[in-house]
Design a protein around this ligand. Structure first.
Ligand code: PLP
Length: 380
């Protein structure tokens, strides 16, 4: 908010707070949308998505994840965000618990609260690369646990659960049939270091009938503004989600759905190229951050975020004489001193860290890292 005000007042703010790729939507996808407009695809569609888009989604799951779904097990919504919200509203009663590993995407706990449930946070830290262990998970499960939300690659840390990590968590979940699994796979295609993306129901098929996969076109295809996400899971759940959508927002945008058919069905060579570009940026940002005294940054395997620690700077004084006592102090100092906007870790449930989005050009990122280094050097 403060960054936006400073920017509006003409200050040269560098914002590293964005949660979207800096690439434009590919032309072939835009053209599919233009064609859809021209041929009159401008009316309401089926509430849970067009037959063409459902078919493209079913094929995507078969091709990329080895998973079989029927059309009745899919619901297309206005962004992955709406898929998650529909699912929580459809299933949560007062007192139901939802396990959320921290650091978490900021919307999860608030959506659980809005739907009348109780968020139950499982903490993780840099020492485990921001991943929870089966033991951590087991300790939080109660008879009231309705969901666990797994997000890999993760926003805000970029952490990725391997197939082996997921198999170990699945072992715990198999013993607790009341728990449903929400696998938020929205960063699926942003994965590096030759790591293979895995989702829990592919790794443990016995969990498929209680898993909702959440995915969409926003991050992989640079389509954040088109607002198309989809959920896949048990028919009864998907039907309930679609009913909620029917009485709230109805079908997602007809034109965006036509564009998403093209995104999911056409050639995907550029997904790998984009991931390679992001991996190079990650390497640059991590090495520039680790060269700064007081900052430590793990190397994440996915998404387009890094989550460095600023704990080493706590207790230091700014040139104006203010002591840095927490991540919010540090983030405020960066904004005021060198006009760089980042997000404090406490917003994501882990104090002492901050999130940087590196979905920006090399030049922009270099400038930002140099500014952060200069600000840190001034701390005494
Ligand atoms: C972890 C995570 N899930 C879901 C979403 C929502 O994506 P969409 O733009 O499709 O609503 C985001 C967007 O920032 C995200 O980071």
């Amino acid at each position: 908010m403060k960054a936006a005000e400073l920017k509006a007042s003409g200050k040269d703010i560098i914002s590293l707070g964005m949660g979207e790729p800096d690439f434009d939507t590919p032309d072939h996808i835009k053209e599919a949308a233009i064609k859809a407009i021209q041929k009159g695809d401008t009316k309401y569609t089926a509430v849970d998505g067009t037959a063409a888009l459902k078919k493209a989604i079913i094929e995507k799951f078969k091709r990329e994840n080895g998973l079989e779904y029927k059309a009745s097990e899919i619901c297309v919504s206005t962004g992955a965000k709406q898929v998650i919200y529909n699912a929580l509203v459809a299933t949560l009663n007062a007192g139901d618990e939802v396990i959320i590993p921290a650091p978490y995407w900021v919307s999860y706990p608030d959506m659980v609260l809005l739907a009348g449930g109780t968020p139950v946070i499982v903490n993780s830290g840099a020492e485990t690369n921001f991943k929870i262990s089966p033991k951590d998970l087991e300790a939080k499960i109660t008879p009231k646990t309705k969901w666990i939300i797994l997000n890999s690659p993760s926003n805000p840390t970029g952490a990725c659960y391997s197939a082996a990590d997921l198999k170990a968590l699945a072992e715990v979940l198999l013993a607790h049939p009341q728990v449903h699994i929400m696998a938020d796979d929205i960063y699926e295609h942003l994965i590096f270091d030759n790591l293979k993306f895995a989702t829990i129901s592919e790794v443990e098929p016995k969990l498929k009938d209680r898993t909702l996969i959440v995915n969409g076109v926003s991050k992989a295809y640079s389509m954040t503004g088109w607002r198309i996400g989809y959920g896949a899971g048990p028919k009864k759940l998907l039907k309930a989600m679609s009913m909620i959508q029917s009485q709230s927002t109805s079908s997602p945008c007809s034109i965006s759905q036509a564009a998403s058919v093209e995104a999911l069905s056409a050639t995907h060579a550029y997904l790998k190229t984009n991931a390679e570009i992001f991996q190079k940026r990650r390497d640059k940002v991590v090495s520039m951050l680790n060269a700064i005294d007081g900052i430590e940054c793990n190397v994440p395997n996915g998404a387009f975020y890094v989550f460095p620690s600023c704990l080493g700077l706590f207790g230091k004084k700014t040139p104006a004489g203010k002591v840095i006592s927490n991540d919010s102090d540090f983030v405020t100092y960066l904004l005021e001193e060198v006009l760089v906007a980042v997000v404090p870790g406490s917003a994501f449930g882990l104090e002492g860290f901050f999130r940087i989005s590196y979905a920006a050009s090399d030049e922009f990122l270099e400038n930002a890292m140099q500014r952060i280094a200069a600000a840190c050097k001034k701390l005494q």
